[in-house]
Design a protein around this ligand. Structure first.
Ligand SMILES: C[S@@+](CC[C@H](N)C(=O)[O-])C[C@H]1O[C@@H](n2cnc3c(N)ncnc32)[C@H](O)[C@@H]1O
Length: 289
């Protein structure tokens, strides 16, 4: 068994137990999608793309599907979501039904490395998924092939500098979990510490699902814009916008490579001084030049 397959098996089991962003009920998740367009408020560059002539979107590592649902519900886009976790995909389908989106959405249980298809999509998105594989370059090559001519690839990944303070904060618990000796009291203490930082919701299942994903994950990697820009260039894509400079136009990528180093200090200040929730995530919108 390759390292890649070992990671896939561990990650699938982890999310089958409790997927990420998984609330008490499908209805509550549907209400969140209906109530607010979270792409518009969080990812303005993706919002701009979706407002144009976009008819199809592939969501790689879709989890319970909030992004697919949002794109179908708020932009009328036909979406296909793929994910390793059966539990996540079943919930994604339930939420689709609650939103009456069954005609626009399709969810498949599959490993991105084994997704057999020749379809291409106007937009291929992967938020917070590829850093849970053992092979980011390989995964990027595969997802890029699904982008239609003139289409867009949109990635969200943990940032090497921006993520460091969050990991450091939870390091003692992460070490216990990795050694397989995190007891119930430590689990609850870590969960309470997490919930104090991230108090966006009172849905206890949802908080627990975020906490496990953020703190107790069996496999995550972190990356930089510099690294991702290089990987994208190698497969014929170029960075068009990024959260690193808050989605502003890019004059010179090298300036952003310098800017991103400062992400560690700003994340540390936000977490330790302001006690703000900073998971250390960044996004990249890429196109074929
Ligand atoms: C942190 S969750 C993000 C889910 C979703 N993109 C979101 O934003 O809510 C990561 C997801 O990636 C999926 N995933 C990880 N490795 C994968 C792989 N090799 N193939 C398909 N999905 C994968 C996991 O099952 C999990 O649902």
């Amino acid at each position: 068994v390759s390292n890649r397959d070992q990671v896939t098996t561990a990650v699938a089991a982890f999310y089958d137990e409790l997927p990420f962003n998984y609330g008490e009920t499908a209805q509550s998740a549907a209400a969140i999608v209906r109530g607010r367009n979270q792409v518009e408020s969080t990812y303005p560059d993706l919002d701009q793309v979706l407002r144009r002539q976009v008819s199809s979107l592939l969501d790689v590592g879709c989890g319970a599907g909030w992004l697919s649902h949002t794109c179908s519900f708020h932009y009328g886009v036909r979406t296909v979501g793929i994910d390793l976790s059966t539990t996540a995909v079943l919930r994604a389908r339930e939420i689709s039904a609650a939103l009456e989106l069954d005609a626009l959405t399709e969810f498949r249980v599959t490993d991105v490395f084994r997704h057999e298809t020749s379809e291409t999509f106007d937009v291929v998105v992967s938020l917070g998924a590829l850093h849970h594989t053992a092979d980011l370059p390989g995964a990027l090559g595969i997802v890029a092939e699904r982008v239609a001519p003139g289409g867009v690839l949109y990635l969200g990944l943990y940032h090497a500098y921006g993520r460091a303070p969050f990991l450091a904060l939870f390091e003692p618990y992460r070490r216990l979990e990795a050694a397989g000796v995190l007891g119930p009291d430590d689990f609850e203490a870590a969960l309470a510490m997490y919930a104090e930082l991230d108090n966006r919701t009172t849905d206890r299942t949802l908080v627990r699902s975020w906490f496990r994903d953020q703190v107790l994950h069996p496999h995550e990697t972190q990356h930089t814009l510099r690294e991702v820009a290089g990987l994208l260039e190698a497969i014929g894509f170029a960075v068009a916008s990024t959260s690193i400079n808050r989605f502003e136009p890019i004059d010179d990528l090298n300036e952003l490579f310098e800017l991103e180093v400062g992400y560690e200090e700003s994340a540390r200040l936000a977490l330790e001084v302001e006690r703000r929730y900073v998971p250390g995530f960044f996004t990249v919108l890429a196109k074929r030049p």
